[in-house]
Ligand binder design. Sequence first.
Ligand code: ADP
Ligand code: ZN
Length: 293
Amino acid sequence: MVIGAIEAGGTKFVCGIGNERGEILTRISFPTQRPEVTMGKVIEFLRKTKVEAIGIGSFGPINLNRGSPHYGYITTTPKPGWSNYDILGVIKREFDVPCGWDTDVNAAVLGEVTWGAARGVDNCMYYTFGTGVGAGIYAEGKLVHGMMHPEAGHIMVRRHAADRYEGCCPYHGDCLEGMASGPAIENRWGVKCSELPPDHPAWAMQAYYIGQALCGSILMLSPNKIILGGGVMKQLQLFPLIHSEVQRTLNGYVGSEQVLSNITPYIVQPALGDDAGLCGALALGLSAMDVSE
Ligand code: ADP
Ligand code: ZN
């Protein structure tokens, strides 16, 4: 099968052509500009190959309600031109093939479930810690949408006792994204994330906030696997700090072996690495074919 995949990010777009084995055969990446320019490049790339389906994993918030006249739109975003933009409609008008459509993070969790670290798992979460914070949720074998879609990057967190940083979320100030996104770390410490040494106290504080979010997720969703991606998670020293933080915070209450004694393979990096989002879009395209058959 030949599937088109679009990872629509607020900073950059990545498009690929892949197959049902999760292999990306060709790809292109470009910065996100105004929609006419950006989507022109997407269409030009996809037109070069006869695709059988297309999957789109998009930055959001987005409309996933099939009954809505605005299904397939990016809804509210400060990105110029993208607010109330019918991204799925633009693709559908150009390509008469089944199209899958979901958030970038739901795409990523589906990619990891299909070909990555969460193969065979029914309940899984994928968090990204990058320019923003977001999470995709796969529960009982399905991507979770509900009323809109999860916005787990904006859950409230308890402030670290030593943290004087006010937080950078324009809506909530010190929510999870406000305290633990890449820009939050850089504002708090006045240093680029990639230049903070591995033993800098920034990372213990980061693990405190991430650990807290993961405890909430574990308590609420009981996932079998938690995958942490995004630019900030390139700091691999965070993983053992987060493992300890989760165990410390849960304090023995969740008695499963995955938390108590075998947490290293429970909270992991994406097995698909930086391709989790693009492979996820590929998986969305594939699942759109199943639905339409
Ligand atoms: P985006 O969220 O824009 O799609 P990323 O997931 O790459 O892209 O996130 C970018 C953020 O990740 C930046 O704010 C930066 O602070 C942080 N970041 C990027 N590379 C690293 C790194 N090597 N170590 C720590 N943080 C990083
Ligand atoms: Zn927020």
